[in-house]
Structure formats: structure tokens, C-alpha cells
Design a protein around this ligand. Structure first.
Ligand SMILES: Cc1cc2nc3c(=O)[nH]c(=O)nc-3n(C[C@H](O)[C@H](O)[C@H](O)COP(=O)(O)OP(=O)(O)OC[C@H]3O[C@@H](n4cnc5c(N)ncnc54)[C@H](O)[C@@H]3O)c2cc1C
Length: 509
């Protein structure tokens, strides 16, 4: 039995902690905040309840596996889970409005044919079939195995070339944007594809064709809602950890890794106390890792990813029957949005500016309207969350109140397309910017890391779970296989596998 210190109580770190405890290790988690869950938080006011992080779960198998492997009670006995159907509604810039059924390819084809025009569904379906090849080729080496040192093969994009007029069309690097343009032949379908990347903070102009795996996963494995909000999943994982005798220390910031003979030997906390350990698992951002253990940090550090801007709306009046859970209201100015979010020009990134520049773009907004009595004071009210992907704090000063308020106004304007009467029903709103994420989660700029992708010469990979410092491992969204609820959960499984079975472990069979 080894003593293991885990830094941070995010989902990846807790997933590792639970698995390591079950394997017989003594595990202690040190978390700088006052609660568990990291980005998976909850905001409550006047009987309204909102998730501050993800609002839906994709790939529930990751957490089902975790709960099966760490105890008797399966996931679905610990939290209420339901599939969201329709999975999403899309309102495009030209007013086209389409609802896509959950996990039904035939249903999606029909819906797209009806809304976009004959043949649209088939073109989309063909693309998703090609994305399946990406999933088949990368599921194991990318998601279920630790990152190999010789990971050159993952630098190749497995998205298949499309044969057109007898020729394989592959000129220049294949990006998600070029796939959209060449293979979908419709601006609305392209917006649909690209919105999956943007939602994870990926730039479709740079992400490889393999990013098509994101809609594949969602349309194949479904979109799931957790009763009470996704925070309930973090609570269940925390309870599972405690049931396996994982110790938690809150408001306990780790400032330094202790090393002995070149090996991780424990951590020093901000109050000067020390926790000794045989092994350490860090589930924190790159900047924090560099401060704690400079020898383990990637050099050079990856750029800070985009963050999320969230607006919580408390509405008077009942949630109408038949309302779709998730609506994506697409921007009418893709170029301005991508430039603002990914910062490839020197114009104002958001909010600021004279009103004539690209800073005033209307963002792509995801509107979440869960049909869950636990999120509202009574049947005469509704809780609605708006989410947009935005530049990280720092590139935009999101702590500047007029900047944040101006951006929130534009999100509400966009959301009005999905929620008729929104302004008249609004009781109050609460705004969360990347500056708030930075304060809550500790990640630089409030950046939210995306899942890893194959292709682009490995430019979309993250550092492996083992580090150059023996005895120090990395979990969570900033390590392999990247961010998002499901991927961070997988990082926990990989870290536990490497610690329990040794550095030569090649993933579970
Ligand atoms: C606003 C927002 C929206 C998101 N939306 C989605 C979504 O729609 N879909 C999706 O799949 N994912 C989404 N995510 C991402 C998802 O929440 C995370 O990828 C996932 O929860 C995994 O987080 P993690 O394990 O990397 O830990 P994190 O959530 O990053 O937590 C890290 C923890 O470490 C602690 N910590 C940091 N430094 C120290 C230190 N020195 N000592 C002790 N503790 C420390 C922090 O306080 C924090 O609790 C969103 C995240 C945010 C913030």
C-alpha cells in the first residue's frame, strides 16, 4: 500500500483518487478551494439552481465504468440520468431552424433533409460515417492507452480522404473547416459541424479533420442530463471517493512538490505544512504545475485555451411543454467570432471597441433549458443558462464590468431567438466570465482545455500522464487525453493504471 497525494479535487483527479483507493492505496486529496468538483460547480439563488460548468454529459460509459470499478452501486443508482431528446435544436443565421433527435442517425438525416434541403442529411451522414473511422482508429491509442513516447502515429490525421471525380481530394492540411467546405456544401451544415468544435474551444480553421469525431461521439452515444444538474455527478464521485476512504483537505493549496533522490516524495502546502507521499498525482493547470513542479511542466507551455462565458437567467412563468433542452443559436458573423475567440488579429477581442469593429459580433450561444423541477423554485418559474466560448481572461479584461455586461447583453439578444418572451420574463441574471473561472478553478485565464485529437503533427495532444519526475503523474483536462468531463474521467483511469500496473502498462485489455 502506497501513500498517494492528489493535488486538486477536479473530476480527473477524483476519478484517479477513487480508483487508486480501491486498488488498496492510502489516498489524500489537497484542494485549494472550499469544495470538490473544480469546474463542475453549482450556483443557487432564490430557489433557482444552475451548473457553472458543463450542463450535459457525453460518453457516460466513462463514469459508468468508474462507478462499476470502484464500488457496488452503479452510476445510475447514485445519480438520475436521462437522455436529452431532441439532442439539440439549431437556429442558423438565416433563420433555418432544425431539431436533431438524440442518437438516431436516420432521424437526423430526415430532420436535415426537411430543414436544409434534400440530400443534406445524406451528406451529413456520410461525414459522420467517415468520422466513425476516426473513432475506430483512435479510440484505443488516443483515449484508452497512456500516451506513448513514440506517439508520432497520432500526428497523422485518420480522417479519410474523400474521392471526388476519381481523385482523392487532399490539397493542403485537412482542417475541420476545409472538411466542412468540401464535403458539406452548405453554410448551415458547415456551421453545425464547426459548432461542435467551438463548443469545446477548438478553432475549426486549425483543428484537424479528426475533430469530426466530436459530433460522431455525441450522435452515437447520446447527450445525457444528470438530475439536479451535472454538479450532482461531482457530488456522487466525491461521495464514492469518501466511501473508499479517500481523505479530503479543502482550502489546502499545494505550493511545491517535495522530491527525494529525484523522486516525488510529497507536497508542501501554502501554510508551510508538509504531506509526505510515495506518489503524487496532480490534476491542475499548466501554470500551477510549473509553479509546483518545474521539472514536470511542458516546455514551452501550450497557449491558454478559450474560456466560457455563462449567463444564468431566472425567468418568471412556467417552462412551456415541449421546449428543447439545448438550442444552439449560431452567429451570423463566423469570421468575427473566430477572430475574437482565437485571437488571430489585433482587433478588439470582445465587448470593447467603437461599435464598428469585430468586437461587437454576436456570439454563437448555447441555450440550456432543463426540464428539471430541482432547478427552479416552483412550476411558475424557469432556470435557463446561456453559454458562449470566448477568449480567455487576459486577452480580454473580463473583470471589467461594462465589458462583461455588454457581452452578456449580446448573448441575451441571441438567446431571444430560442426563448420567446425572454426579456419580458426575466427576473434577474447572473454572469460568469473566464475571470470568475480563473478564480474558482485556478486555471490561467479561466481557459478550458479541449479533448485531444489525432493529426496536425501532434499539435492537439496534451502532456502524457507520466512525467519526467518519477512518482509524479498528471490527471485532468490539461493532461492526456484532454479536457471535457468524459476525457478528464479517462485520465483518472490512465493514471490509476500506470500507478497500479507500472510504467509499462499499455491500457486495460
Ligand atoms: C465554465 C465551464 C464550462 C465547461 N463546459 C463543459 C462542457 O460543456 N462539456 C464538457 O465536457 N466539459 C466542460 N467543461 C470542462 C470540464 O468541466 C472539465 O474538463 C472537467 O471537469 C475536468 O476538470 P479537471 O479534472 O481538469 O479539473 P478542474 O475542474 O480544472 O479542477 C482543478 C482543481 O484543482 C484545484 N487546484 C488547482 N491548483 C491547486 C493547488 N495548487 N493546490 C490544490 N488544489 C489546486 C482547483 O481549485 C480545482 O478544484 C467546462 C468547464 C468550465 C469551467
Amino acid at each position: 500500500m502506497a501513500r498517494i497525494v492528489v493535488i486538486g479535487a477536479g473530476m480527473g483527479a477524483m476519478a484517479a483518487a477513487a480508483r487508486l483507493a480501491v486498488a488498496g492505496h492510502r489516498v489524500a486529496v489537497y484542494e485549494r478551494a472550499a469544495t470538490h468538483g473544480g469546474g463542475v460547480g453549482r450556483f443557487e439563488r432564490d430557489g433557482f439552481v444552475f451548473d457553472t460548468g458543463p450542463g450535459l454529459l457525453h460518453l457516460p460509459a466513462v463514469y459508468r465504468d468508474l462507478f462499476v470499478k470502484t464500488g457496488k452501486e452503479p452510476l445510475e443508482r447514485c445519480v438520475g440520468m436521462s437522455q436529452v431528446d431532441p439532442a439539440s435544436r439549431h437556429v442558423f443565421a438565416d433563420g433555418t431552424d432544425v431539431s436533431l433527435p438524440n442518437a438516431s442517425r436516420a432521424g437526423v438525416v430526415r430532420a436535415l433533409d426537411d430543414a436544409v434541403g434534400p440530400g443534406a442529411g445524406e451528406r451529413w451522414s456520410d461525414l459522420v460515417n467517415r468520422a466513425r473511422e476516426v473513432w475506430d482508429a483512435t479510440r484505443r491509442p488516443l483515449l484508452e492507452e497512456p500516451l506513448r513516447e513514440d506517439h508520432a502515429a497520432l500526428g497523422q490525421d485518420p480522417y479519410p480522404a474523400v474521392r471526388k471525380r476519381g481523385l482523392f481530394r487532399r490539397r493542403g492540411p485537412v482542417t475541420l473547416a476545409s472538411v466542412a467546405e468540401r464535403e458539406l456544401g452548405d453554410a448551415r451544415l458547415a456551421a453545425l459541424l464547426e459548432s461542435h468544435a467551438l463548443a469545446y474551444g477548438l478553432d475549426p480553421r486549425r483543428a484537424p479533420g479528426s475533430a469530426t469525431v466530436l459530433p460522431y461521439m455525441e450522435q452515437t452515444f447520446g447527450s445525457w442530463y444528470v438530475s439536479g444538474g451535472v454538479r450532482a455527478l461531482a457530488d456522487a464521485l466525491y461521495e464514492r471517493c469518501r466511501a473508499r476512504k479517500v481523505e479530503f483537505h479543502f482550502e489546502a493549496e499545494v505550493v511545491r512538490l517535495l522530491e527525494e533522490d529525484g523522486r516525488a516524495a510529497g507536497v508542501e502546502l501554502a501554510d508551510g505544512s508538509v504531506a509526505e507521499a510515495d506518489m503524487v498525482v496532480a490534476g491542475v493547470s499548466p501554470g500551477r504545475l510549473a509553479a509546483i513542479a518545474p521539472g514536470a511542466a511542458a516546455k514551452p507551455q501550450a497557449p491558454v485555451p478559450p474560456g466560457r462565458f455563462t449567463v444564468f437567467l431566472a425567468l418568471g412563468g412556467a417552462r412551456p411543454d415541449g421546449v428543447v433542452h439545448r438550442t444552439v443559436v449560431h452567429t451570423g458573423d463566423r469570421a468575427a467570432e473566430l477572430a475574437a475567440v482565437f485571437g488571430d488579429d489585433d482587433r478588439p477581442a470582445a465587448g470593447r471597441g467603437s461599435g464598428s469593429g469585430r468586437g461587437d459580433y454576436r456570439p454563437t450561444v448555447t441555450v440550456l433549458r432543463p426540464d428539471d423541477p430541482a432547478t427552479r423554485p416552483d412550476g411558475g418559474h424557469e432556470a435557463v443558462t446561456l453559454v458562449a466560448t470566448v477568449a480567455p481572461h487576459g486577452r480580454v479584461d473580463w473583470a471589467d464590468v461594462p465589458t462583461a455586461d455588454g457581452f452578456a447583453d449580446r448573448m441575451v439578444d441571441a438567446a431571444a431567438a430560442a426563448v420567446p418572451g425572454l426579456r419580458e420574463r426575466l427576473l434577474w441574471r447572473e454572469v460568469r466570465t473566464p475571470a470568475d473561472t480563473e478564480a474558482a478553478v485556478g486555471a490561467e485565464g479561466g481557459g478550458v482545455p479541449a479533448p485531444v485529437l489525432a493529426g496536425a503533427d501532434g499539435g492537439f495532444l496534451r502532456p502524457g500522464n507520466a512525467t519526467p519526475v518519477p512518482g509524479l503523474h498528471l490527471a485532468g483536462g490539461f493532461a492526456h487525453p484532454g479536457g471535457g468531463l468524459a476525457h478528464a474521467g479517462m485520465s483518472g483511469a490512465l493514471v490509476a493504471g500506470l500507478i497500479v500496473s507500472g510504467a509499462d502498462w499499455r491500457g486495460s485489455q
